[in-house]
Design a protein around this ligand. Structure first.
Ligand code: GLA
Length: 738
């Protein structure tokens, strides 16, 4: 890893074994982009990469250079209104309304390691030699608005991160109206754009389209990253596959409103910007104040999408997730929600826990419904006091009983919300986001608390600290069950109302941080009506996230497959639930449900008292299996093999770091009559090692399994008697012969 700086030619080259990123100062003093992709040798002078030409109708910042217009060069952090007519990276307004603010190069710094971003989640290093950071300082000569552009390159990964800090060094107040974390110009637009979209209960399905002249964009204006669009996009070459070809990934480490936008101009160059959504955003920056944007993580590959995902998985697992649970396999849990809904009681918990423990469960999670007045979703949010009728002996008693059984206890909370029917709302109706004199909308019968206000966050912290200290809790599921509307704070003056969405999420991060500091061993699982806040920002605080409220195994194949493009298996909450499934009424075999849920954190969302003797025996086998293999599943390397979006089959696998063991999950959705022979080409094995499958006598070289494939035709597969019928699945355990 090296950062080359040529002072004479004013060029900058960040390089590691896999990638290069090259910039230069342009003739007008702004910062230009030259290259991002496969590693290049350092060159004594990169200026030959700057192409300019005298184009009709262009505007020119330098009267002497009619061939130079910002519209026709690649840039790093472009402004609007100064000869570039494409989407700008930022937009700031001066006191007199002038907005031709544009940045000129001032200087640079190089640091070992990574610069911290105050109050925001970000990837990190543990040792300073894991990364290097180049900070380029630019300034607007008129307003003295300064920006520090941060570029971090990791030593051992094809990964860079970018973020920006604005500093008002002038004498007047400025308004930041757009502050993208990253802008990246490409010399061509020959890419397929991949986005991960959906809705409640069908999150993160991959969608693709080729980029054409004009704008392609996704974003969220809901106050959370959303079910609808995930803050993550991939640009891949048309010929790129899961195992081959060039691709770039862009992942936003943020949980609020966002925008990812690609613009192809009429000369077929591409600009990609990613950051906080500029709509509803207006940050008032007084003299000497600063504003930091969240971080964008950029990954690159020439080896296909599995390799791209693998780089992100590894980084997020080891250098975004923090704390006690980072390197630990996750406990097998049983969650009360689909078993009890709001009718959860001490008696039920103790009875279910006894059964669950006998089946090998390690953590019992009390979901919604345990607190005062919470008999449905109309009341109770905001008060956080245990319902003594449902839990007559309190949580100290209950968690002690569970501990005696050998179980950890977890609790559901929804800290950011309040019901009208609550003590908190009765005493503090001003604590919700609202406009004076206008009725606020409800979502799931609840209002959104004004987390821009410190006293609101303090109040909730005090209540939750008391609640979580009232028993011996090891796990918290932090939910967020509605989108934000009327994003207005009674506490802020008019000129600061455009800050509400961002200040809100800063309040959420602050509460998370305080609870983490207070309960450092607590395992947090984030949730937002299932997967509406499954983003890299949340993973910094909560190492795992509830992937979706849809627990049907067949739907989960798609949701988990799509989620895996950007996020590691160990972050995906995945449970076996009862049949018929509560969202779809579909009945799938217990075995298939587990075969899907193994590829995540694993748990159950059902009442174990209602299971048959056979199912209990099966459940015991499942927890035994997961305990044996979860290290490989959660810490190994994951590969997508067959997409459930394009065929009747799906397959994926994990391989241990030493390539000695692998587990393949193979799923056939609907049964077929007289079907063709089937096989799946495996990935990530050692081609020179021989593997035995499921303890069978025959062994296969890794190269055969990866090139000829693993035969999955029912009759010749593991032959477990489950080969006919809909929704069947097989797990293949591969072990290298010593
Ligand atoms: C959300 C979550 C569910 C459950 C309910 C409880 O919908 O996604 O898992 O916790 O809230 O109200």
């Amino acid at each position: 890893m090296e950062i080359y700086i040529n002072q004479e030619h004013q060029t900058f080259h960040l390089q590691n074994n896999a990638i290069s990123y090259i910039m230069m100062v342009l003739p007008d003093g702004s910062l230009g982009h030259l290259y991002y992709g496969t590693r290049l040798h350092e060159h004594p002078n990169w200026r030959h990469l700057l192409e300019t030409c005298n184009r009709p109708m262009s505007s020119n910042p330098l009267a002497s250079r009619p061939d130079f217009s910002l519209e026709h060069v690649l840039q790093e952090y472009p402004s609007s209104h100064v000869t570039d007519y494409r989407e700008a990276a930022f937009h700031a307004i001066n006191e007199d309304g002038g907005d031709a603010i544009s940045f000129k190069y001032v200087g640079y710094r190089v640091e070992e390691g990574k610069v911290k971003i105050d109050g925001l989640p970000a990837t990190y290093v543990e040792k300073s030699d894991e990364a290097k950071t180049l900070t380029i300082i630019v300034e607007d000569p008129l307003t003295h608005l300064k920006a520090e552009l941060y570029y971090t390159i990791f030593a051992d990964a094809p990964i860079m991160t970018r973020s920006v800090k604005f500093i008002n060094e002038g004498k007047t107040t400025l308004h930041l109206r757009k502050v993208m974390s990253m802008c990246l110009d490409f010399p061509d637009h020959d890419f397929t754009w991949m986005q991960f979209s959906g809705s409640w209960a069908r999150e993160r399905h991959p969608y693709e389209r080729s980029l054409e002249i004009g704008v392609t964009a996704i974003g969220s204006l809901r106050g959370h990253s959303s079910h609808q669009q995930n803050p993550f996009v991939i640009l891949k070459r048309r010929e790129t596959t899961e195992s081959n070809g060039e691709a770039y990934a862009f992942s936003f480490v943020y949980s609020g409103n966002f925008l990812a936008l690609a613009e192809v101009d009429n000369y077929e160059t591409l600009r990609l910007t990613m950051g906080i959504h500029p709509e509803h955003f207006d940050w008032c920056l007084e003299p000497s104040q600063s504003f930091s944007t969240p971080e964008v993580v950029m990954a690159y590959t020439t080896k296909g999408l599995n390799d791209l995902s693998g780089s992100l998985h590894h980084l997020y697992r080891t250098r975004l997730v923090r704390g006690y649970w980072r390197d630990r396999v996750r406990p097998i849990l049983l969650n009360s929600w689909e078993a009890c809904y709001f009718d959860v009681t001490e008696d039920k918990v103790l009875a279910m826990a006894k059964k669950a423990k006998a089946c090998g469960v390690e953590l019992f999670v009390i979901d919604d419904g345990y607190f005062k007045n919470r008999h449905n979703d109309y009341a109770g949010l905001g008060d956080w006091e245990v319902d003594e009728e449902k839990f007559p002996h309190g949580f100290n008693y209950l968690t002690t009983r569970l501990k005696e059984m050998g179980l950890m206890t977890g609790l559901w909370i929804e800290p950011e919300m309040v019901n009208k029917e609550s003590e908190l709302y009765r005493t503090h109706p001003d604590y919700i986001l609202q406009e004076q004199g206008r009725e606020s909308a409800v979502g799931r019968h609840q209002y959104v608390l004004d987390f821009t206000r410190k006293e609101v966050v303090d109040t909730i912290y005090t209540k939750l600290e008391k609640l979580l200290s009232s028993g011996d809790f090891s796990y918290v599921k932090w939910d967020m069950n509605r989108s934000i509307s009327e994003a207005h704070s009674l506490n802020l003056p008019a000129s600061h109302q455009g800050e509400v969405f961002h200040r809100y999420i800063l309040g959420v991060y602050d509460l998370y941080e305080r609870l983490i500091q207070r309960f450092p061993h607590m395992l947090f699982e984030s949730c937002a009506s299932g997967g509406a806040r499954f983003d890299a920002g949340m993973l910094y605080y909560a190492p795992q996230a509830w992937t979706s409220d849809d627990t049907d195994a067949i739907e989960r194949l798609k949701i988990q497959y799509g989620t895996s493009y950007g996020y590691p298996l160990v972050s995906m909450g995945s449970h076996v639930s009862a049949v018929p499934n509560h969202q779809l009424m579909r009945t799938t075999p217990l075995k298939t449900r587990a075969h899907v849920a193994y590829f995540g954190t694993f748990g159950y969302e059902l009442d174990p008292r209602e299971l048959s003797v056979q199912d209990i025996a099966e459940m015991k086998k499942q927890t035994t299996f997961m305990k044996k293999y979860r290290k490989i599943i959660q810490m190994g390397t994951f590969y997508r093999l067959k997409s459930p979006f394009t065929s009747n089959e799906a397959a994926w696998m994990v391989v241990s770091d030493d390539q000695q063991e692998a587990i393949v999950g193979y799923y056939r959705i609907l049964s077929e009559v007289n079907a063709p022979y089937r096989r799946v080409k495996l990935m990530g094995l050692n081609p020179d090692l021989q593997y035995r499958i499921d303890e069978n006598e025959i062994s296969y070289y890794g190269d055969e399994l990866m090139s000829r494939g693993l035969i999955t035709t029912d009759e010749t597969s593991s032959g477990d008697g489950n080969s006919r019928g809909d929704y069947t699945s097989y797990l293949y355990i591969l072990r290298a012969i010593k």
